[in-house]
Design a protein around this ligand. Structure first.
Ligand code: KG4
Ligand code: ZN
Length: 352
């Protein structure tokens, strides 16, 4: 099963050709972060235009590198959402064009589910289920119970900012460049995580939900009060923020491990590249940790092609040339994952 996957949900244009859901034959990615850096975050209109320019070149590189001819493909897969509407539409239009030109079926893929598939596609053997799924990205923070791949119960999500978004905004307050996650991780290595006692919020409705907005504001006020920021203070602020943000995740992982019988933890999303978090989670959990490779943590076409390959093999994909984009509202992961276009996904929100 050979699938060409296209990803354009945010600021990475990426195309890959993947065999049987896992084997990456070619994978190319063009990041726009340098173009967005001057705005301190993603500028949506610019993002759509950059995708439009990057996709044809990426497609050509993939065919040349993999030596796959369009006729050999079994399907074209594309991110249907969630993401920026304009960026999603550029990707879907492009994928429709490729599908029409090649006569191959077109499969719409849920970007969040693909982040979890990225963890699975990096393993030789399937992880033990039930599993705890952690999606930590720029747009989402979600804790899921997974009975199997494709069967989810949403345990917790953010009520305001996503964790990656908090890293990006705090980086701005500290005068660091976009994307904030890698910049904060880098300077935090020199900092003291105990110097400032920051804490993320715990929404009353559900101890497994997250709130990062107050934490972000505390860092901002402290940075203002400590101004002018020396190199040392900036590093201590970054380290203390990073510690508090990941403490919120780790505390919830402990809660889930105490009350749900799960046999492994699957992690996905750009924030999962963070080495400090990887080390902490390994220290604090006795369960097998299923991480994607760093390249497959960020937004990428390989996870889109991979998940489509899995769905095609399981005969649960519903190909259609007339795909719509589903940008959805931030934070409302339940609505998006239970969308009828995702037949594999069952979400029941459990408020404790
Ligand atoms: O999954 P992703 O590539 O895009 C979305 O689907 O949102 O995640 C991007 C997010 C950004 O907010 C970025 O700052 C964050 O991932 N990120 C990190 C690290 N690398 C990227 N956050 C913390 N530590 C990192 N090393
Ligand atoms: Zn993503």
């Amino acid at each position: 099963m050979l699938i060409l996957g296209i990803e354009t949900s945010c600021d990475e244009s990426s195309i890959a050709i993947v065999r049987d859901g896992r084997e990456i034959l070619s994978h190319h990615l063009s990041s726009q972060s340098a173009q967005h850096a001057q705005y301190g975050g993603v500028f949506p209109e610019l993002s759509s235009r950059e995708h439009l320019q990057a996709l044809p070149l990426l497609l050509k590189k993939c065919f040349i590198e993999s030596e796959v001819s369009p006729a050999d493909l079994d399907a074209i897969a594309v991110t249907q959402g969630p993401g920026l509407i304009g960026s999603l539409l550029v990707g879907i239009d492009f994928a429709q064009g490729v599908a029409l030109a090649t006569g191959k079926p077109l499969v719409g893929i849920n970007h969040l589910e693909a982040h979890l598939w990225a963890a699975i596609m990096c393993q030789k053997i399937p992880p033990p289920f039930p599993a705890l799924g952690l999606i930590l990205s720029g747009g989402h923070t979600a804790l899921l119970r997974m009975e199997a791949f494709g069967e989810y119960t949403l345990l917790g999500t953010t009520v305001d900012d996503a964790i990656g978004e908090a890293f990006d905004k705090v980086a701005q307050h500290l005068g660091l460049s976009y994307p904030g996650g890698p910049a904060i991780e880098k300077i935090a290595q020199e900092g003291d995580p105990t110097r400032y006692s920051f804490k993320a919020g715990t929404p009353k409705a559900n101890p497994l939900h997250f709130s990062f907005s107050g934490l972000k504001t505390s860092v901002r006020y402290t940075a203002e009060a400590e101004s002018p920021l020396t190199k040392e203070k900036r590093a201590d602020l970054a380290a203390s923020f990073q510690e508090a943000a990941f403490r919120a995740i780790l505390d919830r992982v402990h809660l889930v491990m105490a009350r749900e019988e799960v046999s492994s933890i699957l992690i996905g999303g750009g924030v999962a590249q963070n080495h400090y978090f990887r080390k902490k989670l390994a220290q604090e959990s006795s369960l097998p940790l299923i991480w994607p490779s760093p390249t497959l943590c960020q937004d990428n076409g390989a996870m889109i092609a991979g998940l489509a390959g899995y769905q095609m093999a399981q005969q649960i994909a519903s190909p259609s040339l007339g795909l719509q984009a589903y940008p959805r509202l931030r934070g409302d992961i339940t609505e998006w994952m239970s969308h009828p276009s995702h037949k594999t996904t069952q979400v029941i929100e459990r408020i404790s």
